[in-house]
Design a protein around this ligand. Structure first.
Ligand SMILES: [Zn+2]
Length: 454
Protein backbone atom coordinates (compact mmCIF):
# COMPACT_ATOMS: atom_id res chain seq x y z
CA UNK A 1 0.00 0.00 0.00
CA UNK A 2 1.31 3.43 -0.84
CA UNK A 3 1.09 6.26 1.64
CA UNK A 4 -1.76 7.75 -0.39
CA UNK A 5 -3.72 4.52 -0.24
CA UNK A 6 -3.23 4.33 3.50
CA UNK A 7 -4.47 7.90 3.85
CA UNK A 8 -7.49 6.95 1.77
CA UNK A 9 -8.36 4.03 4.07
CA UNK A 10 -7.99 6.24 7.12
CA UNK A 11 -10.13 8.94 5.49
CA UNK A 12 -12.79 6.43 4.68
CA UNK A 13 -12.87 5.21 8.23
CA UNK A 14 -12.99 8.76 9.40
CA UNK A 15 -16.19 9.32 7.50
CA UNK A 16 -17.64 6.22 9.09
CA UNK A 17 -16.46 7.51 12.43
CA UNK A 18 -18.24 10.84 12.04
CA UNK A 19 -21.45 9.10 11.12
CA UNK A 20 -21.47 6.78 14.09
CA UNK A 21 -19.58 8.69 16.70
CA UNK A 22 -21.09 6.61 19.49
CA UNK A 23 -18.63 4.37 21.29
CA UNK A 24 -15.86 2.88 19.26
CA UNK A 25 -16.30 4.05 15.70
CA UNK A 26 -13.92 1.45 14.34
CA UNK A 27 -15.54 -1.96 14.89
CA UNK A 28 -13.55 -4.46 16.90
CA UNK A 29 -11.77 -6.96 14.78
CA UNK A 30 -8.76 -7.83 12.81
CA UNK A 31 -8.63 -7.58 9.06
CA UNK A 32 -6.28 -6.77 6.24
CA UNK A 33 -7.45 -3.17 5.90
CA UNK A 34 -6.84 -2.41 9.54
CA UNK A 35 -3.48 -4.10 9.36
CA UNK A 36 -2.46 -2.09 6.33
CA UNK A 37 -3.14 1.12 8.17
CA UNK A 38 -1.27 -0.22 11.17
CA UNK A 39 1.82 -1.10 9.14
CA UNK A 40 1.53 2.14 7.22
CA UNK A 41 1.21 4.48 10.16
CA UNK A 42 2.03 2.83 13.46
CA UNK A 43 4.39 -0.13 13.25
CA UNK A 44 7.89 1.06 14.28
CA UNK A 45 9.83 -0.21 11.25
CA UNK A 46 12.82 2.05 11.87
CA UNK A 47 13.14 0.99 15.51
CA UNK A 48 12.97 -2.66 14.56
CA UNK A 49 15.67 -2.11 11.95
CA UNK A 50 17.90 -0.28 14.44
CA UNK A 51 17.43 -2.98 17.00
CA UNK A 52 18.20 -5.85 14.60
CA UNK A 53 21.23 -3.99 13.21
CA UNK A 54 22.92 -3.83 16.62
CA UNK A 55 24.91 -0.77 15.63
CA UNK A 56 26.01 -2.14 12.26
CA UNK A 57 23.99 0.47 10.35
CA UNK A 58 26.37 3.30 11.19
CA UNK A 59 29.30 4.90 9.38
CA UNK A 60 31.97 3.47 11.63
CA UNK A 61 34.60 1.47 9.73
CA UNK A 62 34.09 -1.40 12.13
CA UNK A 63 30.44 -1.87 11.12
CA UNK A 64 29.45 -5.10 9.43
CA UNK A 65 27.10 -3.87 6.74
CA UNK A 66 26.00 -7.38 5.82
CA UNK A 67 24.72 -7.98 9.35
CA UNK A 68 21.07 -6.98 9.07
CA UNK A 69 20.75 -8.62 5.65
CA UNK A 70 21.73 -11.99 7.09
CA UNK A 71 18.80 -12.02 9.54
CA UNK A 72 15.86 -14.24 8.79
CA UNK A 73 12.37 -12.80 8.95
CA UNK A 74 9.37 -14.92 8.24
CA UNK A 75 5.88 -13.74 7.35
CA UNK A 76 2.59 -15.50 7.85
CA UNK A 77 0.12 -14.11 5.34
CA UNK A 78 -3.64 -13.80 5.61
CA UNK A 79 -4.26 -16.90 3.50
CA UNK A 80 -2.00 -19.05 5.72
CA UNK A 81 0.88 -18.80 3.30
CA UNK A 82 4.09 -18.93 5.23
CA UNK A 83 7.13 -17.16 3.83
CA UNK A 84 10.36 -18.17 5.46
CA UNK A 85 13.89 -16.88 4.93
CA UNK A 86 12.93 -13.32 4.05
CA UNK A 87 15.85 -10.93 4.32
CA UNK A 88 16.30 -7.21 3.79
CA UNK A 89 19.24 -4.94 3.23
CA UNK A 90 17.82 -1.69 4.51
CA UNK A 91 15.04 -0.24 6.58
CA UNK A 92 13.15 0.78 3.45
CA UNK A 93 13.32 -2.77 2.04
CA UNK A 94 11.99 -4.08 5.34
CA UNK A 95 9.22 -1.50 5.54
CA UNK A 96 8.18 -1.84 1.90
CA UNK A 97 7.95 -5.59 2.14
CA UNK A 98 5.90 -5.49 5.35
CA UNK A 99 3.55 -2.89 3.91
CA UNK A 100 3.17 -4.73 0.65
CA UNK A 101 2.70 -8.24 2.04
CA UNK A 102 0.81 -7.13 5.14
CA UNK A 103 1.69 -10.25 7.18
CA UNK A 104 -0.67 -11.27 9.98
CA UNK A 105 2.42 -12.40 11.84
CA UNK A 106 6.10 -11.54 11.59
CA UNK A 107 8.62 -13.91 13.11
CA UNK A 108 12.28 -13.23 13.70
CA UNK A 109 14.87 -15.94 13.24
CA UNK A 110 18.64 -16.00 13.61
CA UNK A 111 21.41 -14.18 11.80
CA UNK A 112 22.93 -16.66 9.36
CA UNK A 113 26.43 -16.97 7.97
CA UNK A 114 25.09 -15.77 4.62
CA UNK A 115 21.97 -14.01 3.35
CA UNK A 116 19.18 -16.54 4.04
CA UNK A 117 17.33 -15.56 0.86
CA UNK A 118 20.34 -16.78 -1.13
CA UNK A 119 20.88 -19.95 0.87
CA UNK A 120 20.21 -22.20 -2.13
CA UNK A 121 22.92 -20.61 -4.21
CA UNK A 122 25.37 -21.25 -1.41
CA UNK A 123 24.16 -24.82 -1.00
CA UNK A 124 25.05 -25.50 -4.62
CA UNK A 125 28.65 -24.58 -4.04
CA UNK A 126 28.90 -27.75 -1.97
CA UNK A 127 30.22 -26.08 1.16
CA UNK A 128 27.85 -26.26 4.05
CA UNK A 129 28.13 -22.56 4.80
CA UNK A 130 24.51 -21.73 5.47
CA UNK A 131 24.30 -21.89 9.24
CA UNK A 132 22.96 -19.72 12.08
CA UNK A 133 25.71 -17.69 13.70
CA UNK A 134 23.87 -15.35 16.07
CA UNK A 135 20.56 -15.26 17.82
CA UNK A 136 19.13 -13.56 20.87
CA UNK A 137 18.65 -15.87 23.81
CA UNK A 138 14.88 -16.20 23.95
CA UNK A 139 12.29 -17.46 26.41
CA UNK A 140 8.66 -18.26 25.76
CA UNK A 141 6.21 -18.61 28.64
CA UNK A 142 2.62 -19.50 27.96
CA UNK A 143 -0.27 -19.53 30.43
CA UNK A 144 -1.70 -22.69 28.86
CA UNK A 145 1.17 -24.56 30.50
CA UNK A 146 -0.33 -23.65 33.87
CA UNK A 147 -3.73 -25.26 33.34
CA UNK A 148 -3.23 -27.71 36.20
CA UNK A 149 -2.72 -24.90 38.72
CA UNK A 150 -5.36 -22.39 37.65
CA UNK A 151 -9.09 -22.82 38.02
CA UNK A 152 -10.32 -19.46 36.70
CA UNK A 153 -9.54 -20.11 33.04
CA UNK A 154 -8.15 -22.78 30.79
CA UNK A 155 -6.58 -23.02 27.37
CA UNK A 156 -6.01 -19.73 25.64
CA UNK A 157 -8.08 -17.71 28.10
CA UNK A 158 -6.44 -15.49 30.62
CA UNK A 159 -7.82 -13.18 33.29
CA UNK A 160 -6.51 -10.97 36.04
CA UNK A 161 -6.60 -13.89 38.50
CA UNK A 162 -4.20 -16.07 36.53
CA UNK A 163 -2.12 -13.44 34.70
CA UNK A 164 -0.02 -12.80 37.85
CA UNK A 165 1.56 -16.22 37.20
CA UNK A 166 3.19 -14.53 34.19
CA UNK A 167 4.23 -11.55 36.32
CA UNK A 168 5.96 -13.90 38.73
CA UNK A 169 7.71 -15.66 35.85
CA UNK A 170 9.02 -12.33 34.56
CA UNK A 171 10.36 -11.38 37.98
CA UNK A 172 12.11 -14.69 38.59
CA UNK A 173 13.67 -15.05 35.14
CA UNK A 174 14.57 -11.39 34.73
CA UNK A 175 16.38 -11.26 38.08
CA UNK A 176 18.36 -14.40 37.30
CA UNK A 177 19.31 -13.21 33.82
CA UNK A 178 20.65 -9.96 35.23
CA UNK A 179 22.12 -11.05 38.56
CA UNK A 180 23.30 -14.59 37.82
CA UNK A 181 24.24 -14.30 34.15
CA UNK A 182 25.12 -10.61 33.97
CA UNK A 183 22.88 -9.80 30.99
CA UNK A 184 21.72 -6.20 30.67
CA UNK A 185 19.75 -5.81 27.46
CA UNK A 186 16.59 -7.75 28.08
CA UNK A 187 13.27 -7.13 26.37
CA UNK A 188 10.01 -8.59 27.70
CA UNK A 189 7.06 -8.62 25.34
CA UNK A 190 3.39 -9.51 25.73
CA UNK A 191 2.63 -12.28 23.24
CA UNK A 192 -0.72 -10.68 22.39
CA UNK A 193 -2.92 -13.19 24.12
CA UNK A 194 -1.75 -15.56 26.78
CA UNK A 195 1.92 -15.30 27.52
CA UNK A 196 5.19 -13.45 27.41
CA UNK A 197 8.36 -13.58 25.36
CA UNK A 198 11.80 -12.59 26.51
CA UNK A 199 14.65 -11.45 24.25
CA UNK A 200 18.13 -11.32 25.75
CA UNK A 201 20.13 -9.16 23.37
CA UNK A 202 23.59 -8.73 24.90
CA UNK A 203 26.31 -9.65 22.44
CA UNK A 204 27.48 -12.55 24.59
CA UNK A 205 23.89 -13.87 24.66
CA UNK A 206 23.53 -13.61 20.89
CA UNK A 207 26.71 -15.60 20.39
CA UNK A 208 25.83 -18.51 22.66
CA UNK A 209 26.08 -21.93 21.05
CA UNK A 210 23.17 -24.36 21.21
CA UNK A 211 24.99 -26.28 23.94
CA UNK A 212 25.39 -23.15 26.03
CA UNK A 213 21.74 -22.27 25.50
CA UNK A 214 20.73 -25.73 26.66
CA UNK A 215 22.87 -25.27 29.78
CA UNK A 216 21.10 -22.00 30.58
CA UNK A 217 17.70 -23.60 30.01
CA UNK A 218 18.77 -26.35 32.38
CA UNK A 219 19.68 -23.81 35.01
CA UNK A 220 16.04 -22.78 35.09
CA UNK A 221 14.64 -26.29 35.11
CA UNK A 222 12.99 -27.60 38.27
CA UNK A 223 10.27 -29.64 36.60
CA UNK A 224 11.60 -33.12 36.25
CA UNK A 225 8.42 -35.06 35.63
CA UNK A 226 6.05 -35.19 32.73
CA UNK A 227 2.28 -34.78 32.63
CA UNK A 228 1.69 -38.18 34.18
CA UNK A 229 3.98 -37.90 37.13
CA UNK A 230 2.37 -36.23 40.11
CA UNK A 231 5.49 -34.62 41.30
CA UNK A 232 6.52 -31.83 39.02
CA UNK A 233 9.24 -30.46 41.21
CA UNK A 234 11.96 -32.13 43.15
CA UNK A 235 14.21 -29.92 45.15
CA UNK A 236 17.06 -32.18 46.05
CA UNK A 237 20.12 -31.68 48.21
CA UNK A 238 20.54 -30.29 51.72
CA UNK A 239 20.06 -26.67 50.68
CA UNK A 240 18.28 -24.95 47.84
CA UNK A 241 20.43 -23.58 45.03
CA UNK A 242 20.89 -19.84 45.77
CA UNK A 243 18.87 -18.92 42.68
CA UNK A 244 15.96 -21.07 43.80
CA UNK A 245 16.25 -19.92 47.41
CA UNK A 246 16.16 -16.30 46.35
CA UNK A 247 13.25 -16.86 43.96
CA UNK A 248 11.40 -18.56 46.79
CA UNK A 249 11.93 -16.00 49.52
CA UNK A 250 11.73 -12.91 47.34
CA UNK A 251 8.91 -13.80 44.98
CA UNK A 252 7.25 -17.20 44.99
CA UNK A 253 6.32 -17.75 48.65
CA UNK A 254 4.75 -14.36 49.08
CA UNK A 255 2.86 -14.63 45.79
CA UNK A 256 1.58 -18.09 46.66
CA UNK A 257 0.45 -17.18 50.16
CA UNK A 258 -1.01 -13.73 49.60
CA UNK A 259 -2.43 -14.07 46.10
CA UNK A 260 -2.65 -17.47 44.47
CA UNK A 261 -4.09 -19.41 47.44
CA UNK A 262 -7.18 -17.22 47.50
CA UNK A 263 -7.46 -16.19 43.87
CA UNK A 264 -7.46 -19.81 42.72
CA UNK A 265 -9.09 -21.27 45.88
CA UNK A 266 -6.45 -23.94 45.92
CA UNK A 267 -7.88 -25.87 48.88
CA UNK A 268 -11.58 -25.17 48.43
CA UNK A 269 -12.69 -28.61 47.28
CA UNK A 270 -11.65 -32.18 47.86
CA UNK A 271 -10.44 -32.52 44.29
CA UNK A 272 -8.22 -29.47 44.68
CA UNK A 273 -6.69 -30.27 48.06
CA UNK A 274 -6.13 -33.88 47.07
CA UNK A 275 -3.84 -32.62 44.32
CA UNK A 276 -1.76 -30.89 46.96
CA UNK A 277 -1.84 -33.83 49.38
CA UNK A 278 -0.47 -35.95 46.54
CA UNK A 279 2.71 -33.90 46.78
CA UNK A 280 3.33 -34.95 50.39
CA UNK A 281 5.48 -38.06 50.47
CA UNK A 282 4.45 -39.07 54.04
CA UNK A 283 1.06 -40.79 53.88
CA UNK A 284 0.39 -40.38 57.62
CA UNK A 285 0.72 -36.60 57.39
CA UNK A 286 -1.46 -36.50 54.29
CA UNK A 287 -4.20 -38.55 55.89
CA UNK A 288 -4.11 -36.50 59.09
CA UNK A 289 -4.76 -33.35 57.04
CA UNK A 290 -7.37 -35.09 54.92
CA UNK A 291 -9.21 -36.16 58.06
CA UNK A 292 -9.23 -32.61 59.37
CA UNK A 293 -10.54 -31.14 56.17
CA UNK A 294 -13.19 -33.76 55.48
CA UNK A 295 -14.71 -33.29 58.95
CA UNK A 296 -14.79 -29.56 59.28
CA UNK A 297 -16.00 -28.54 55.87
CA UNK A 298 -16.77 -24.87 55.92
CA UNK A 299 -18.00 -24.96 59.50
CA UNK A 300 -15.36 -23.01 61.43
CA UNK A 301 -14.69 -19.33 60.86
CA UNK A 302 -16.43 -18.86 57.58
CA UNK A 303 -14.91 -15.40 57.38
CA UNK A 304 -11.42 -16.76 56.89
CA UNK A 305 -10.42 -17.95 53.48
CA UNK A 306 -10.55 -21.71 53.67
CA UNK A 307 -7.53 -22.10 51.40
CA UNK A 308 -5.41 -19.84 53.63
CA UNK A 309 -6.52 -21.71 56.76
CA UNK A 310 -5.79 -25.11 55.28
CA UNK A 311 -2.39 -24.00 53.96
CA UNK A 312 -1.45 -22.84 57.46
CA UNK A 313 -2.52 -26.21 58.85
CA UNK A 314 -0.49 -28.04 56.25
CA UNK A 315 2.60 -25.94 56.90
CA UNK A 316 2.24 -26.32 60.64
CA UNK A 317 2.11 -30.07 60.41
CA UNK A 318 4.96 -30.38 57.92
CA UNK A 319 7.27 -27.94 59.62
CA UNK A 320 6.47 -28.55 63.26
CA UNK A 321 8.76 -30.01 65.87
CA UNK A 322 11.59 -32.41 65.34
CA UNK A 323 9.55 -35.36 64.17
CA UNK A 324 9.90 -34.52 60.51
CA UNK A 325 13.01 -34.87 58.48
CA UNK A 326 14.39 -32.35 56.06
CA UNK A 327 12.45 -33.98 53.22
CA UNK A 328 9.08 -33.02 54.63
CA UNK A 329 10.09 -29.46 55.39
CA UNK A 330 11.29 -29.18 51.83
CA UNK A 331 7.86 -30.39 50.77
CA UNK A 332 6.32 -27.00 51.61
CA UNK A 333 8.74 -25.36 49.21
CA UNK A 334 8.06 -28.00 46.59
CA UNK A 335 4.33 -27.28 46.73
CA UNK A 336 4.95 -23.56 46.29
CA UNK A 337 7.33 -24.21 43.38
CA UNK A 338 4.84 -26.61 41.78
CA UNK A 339 2.19 -23.92 41.71
CA UNK A 340 4.21 -20.82 40.96
CA UNK A 341 7.63 -21.47 39.43
CA UNK A 342 7.97 -20.31 35.79
CA UNK A 343 7.15 -22.96 33.21
CA UNK A 344 9.39 -22.32 30.25
CA UNK A 345 9.09 -23.82 26.83
CA UNK A 346 12.67 -25.09 26.94
CA UNK A 347 12.91 -26.06 23.27
CA UNK A 348 12.48 -22.43 22.24
CA UNK A 349 15.47 -21.35 24.33
CA UNK A 350 17.79 -24.18 23.36
CA UNK A 351 18.07 -23.72 19.62
CA UNK A 352 19.47 -20.79 17.72
CA UNK A 353 17.20 -21.29 14.75
CA UNK A 354 13.92 -21.10 16.62
CA UNK A 355 11.65 -18.37 15.29
CA UNK A 356 9.89 -15.98 17.66
CA UNK A 357 7.13 -13.50 16.94
CA UNK A 358 8.36 -9.95 16.54
CA UNK A 359 7.36 -7.32 19.09
CA UNK A 360 4.66 -4.90 17.91
CA UNK A 361 2.90 -7.57 15.85
CA UNK A 362 -0.87 -7.69 16.31
CA UNK A 363 -2.34 -10.94 17.60
CA UNK A 364 -4.89 -12.05 14.99
CA UNK A 365 -7.30 -13.56 17.52
CA UNK A 366 -7.34 -10.79 20.11
CA UNK A 367 -6.35 -7.84 17.94
CA UNK A 368 -3.96 -6.79 20.71
CA UNK A 369 -0.51 -5.44 19.98
CA UNK A 370 2.50 -7.37 21.30
CA UNK A 371 3.77 -4.49 23.41
CA UNK A 372 6.89 -4.52 25.56
CA UNK A 373 6.49 -5.05 29.31
CA UNK A 374 8.65 -3.14 31.78
CA UNK A 375 9.98 -5.86 34.11
CA UNK A 376 10.45 -3.35 36.92
CA UNK A 377 6.75 -2.45 36.68
CA UNK A 378 5.42 -5.80 35.56
CA UNK A 379 2.87 -5.94 38.34
CA UNK A 380 1.06 -3.02 36.75
CA UNK A 381 0.84 -4.67 33.34
CA UNK A 382 -2.75 -5.56 32.48
CA UNK A 383 -3.18 -7.78 29.39
CA UNK A 384 -6.86 -6.84 29.18
CA UNK A 385 -6.11 -3.16 28.56
CA UNK A 386 -3.37 -3.55 25.95
CA UNK A 387 -4.36 -1.47 22.90
CA UNK A 388 -6.19 -3.30 20.15
CA UNK A 389 -5.88 -2.65 16.46
CA UNK A 390 -9.34 -1.11 16.20
CA UNK A 391 -8.76 1.05 19.26
CA UNK A 392 -5.57 2.42 17.72
CA UNK A 393 -7.28 3.19 14.44
CA UNK A 394 -10.04 4.97 16.30
CA UNK A 395 -7.42 7.04 18.11
CA UNK A 396 -5.82 7.85 14.75
CA UNK A 397 -9.21 9.00 13.49
CA UNK A 398 -9.77 11.28 16.43
CA UNK A 399 -6.40 12.94 16.09
CA UNK A 400 -6.55 12.51 12.32
CA UNK A 401 -6.25 16.06 11.11
CA UNK A 402 -3.27 17.05 13.20
CA UNK A 403 -0.25 17.81 11.10
CA UNK A 404 2.73 16.01 12.63
CA UNK A 405 2.73 13.02 10.34
CA UNK A 406 6.10 11.58 11.45
CA UNK A 407 4.77 10.46 14.73
CA UNK A 408 1.37 9.00 14.18
CA UNK A 409 1.89 6.56 17.01
CA UNK A 410 2.46 9.38 19.45
CA UNK A 411 -1.20 10.32 19.13
CA UNK A 412 -2.31 6.83 20.10
CA UNK A 413 -2.00 4.64 23.16
CA UNK A 414 0.81 2.80 21.37
CA UNK A 415 3.00 5.86 21.99
CA UNK A 416 3.74 4.88 25.56
CA UNK A 417 4.97 1.44 24.46
CA UNK A 418 7.18 2.74 21.67
CA UNK A 419 8.69 5.39 23.95
CA UNK A 420 9.42 2.71 26.53
CA UNK A 421 10.97 0.47 23.87
CA UNK A 422 13.25 3.31 22.76
CA UNK A 423 14.35 4.80 26.03
CA UNK A 424 14.58 1.70 28.22
CA UNK A 425 15.73 -0.87 25.73
CA UNK A 426 16.92 0.41 22.36
CA UNK A 427 19.03 3.43 23.36
CA UNK A 428 21.10 1.69 26.05
CA UNK A 429 21.49 -1.33 23.75
CA UNK A 430 22.77 0.73 20.82
CA UNK A 431 25.12 2.67 23.05
CA UNK A 432 26.81 -0.51 24.16
CA UNK A 433 26.81 -1.92 20.62
CA UNK A 434 28.65 1.19 19.42
CA UNK A 435 31.23 0.81 22.16
CA UNK A 436 31.70 -2.85 21.27
CA UNK A 437 32.15 -2.05 17.58
CA UNK A 438 34.68 0.71 18.34
CA UNK A 439 36.61 -1.45 20.77
CA UNK A 440 36.86 -4.45 18.53
CA UNK A 441 37.82 -2.23 15.59
CA UNK A 442 40.65 -0.53 17.45
CA UNK A 443 41.81 -3.90 18.77
CA UNK A 444 41.92 -5.15 15.21
CA UNK A 445 43.87 -2.06 14.08
CA UNK A 446 46.29 -2.49 16.93
CA UNK A 447 46.73 -6.10 16.03
CA UNK A 448 47.50 -5.38 12.38
CA UNK A 449 49.90 -2.55 13.38
CA UNK A 450 51.72 -4.96 15.62
CA UNK A 451 52.00 -7.55 12.94
CA UNK A 452 53.33 -4.98 10.46
CA UNK A 453 55.86 -3.40 12.81
CA UNK A 454 58.06 -6.41 13.27
ZN1 LIG B 1 -7.84 -16.73 34.73
Amino acid sequence: MTREEVEAVVDEMEIDGVEQREGNAVPEGFNANYLQVYYGKLFPHADMFKWMSYGNDGKHLGCDHSYFGRREFSFTLDNDIYLRFQSFNSVSELENSIREKCPVKIDIGPVYSVDPAKRRAYAQTGDNVFTPVERELIFDIDITDYDDVRYCCSGADVCLDCWPLMTVAIKVIDTALRDDFGFNHILWVFSGRRGVHCWVCDEKARRLTNEQRAAIADYFRVYKGNENSQKKVSLIGPALHPFLARSYTEVLRNFFETKLLSSQNLFSSEERYEKILDLIPDESVASELRGKWQDNRRSSNSKDDISVTRWEQLKHLLQSGNKKAQGLRRCVEEIVFSYTYPRLDMEVSKHMNHLLKAPFCVHPKTGRVCVPIDPSQCEEFDPTTVPTLSQLLEELNIGGMKADADNDWDRTSLGKSIRFFRTSFLQPLLKSCKEDIENSYSAKLQHSKNSISW
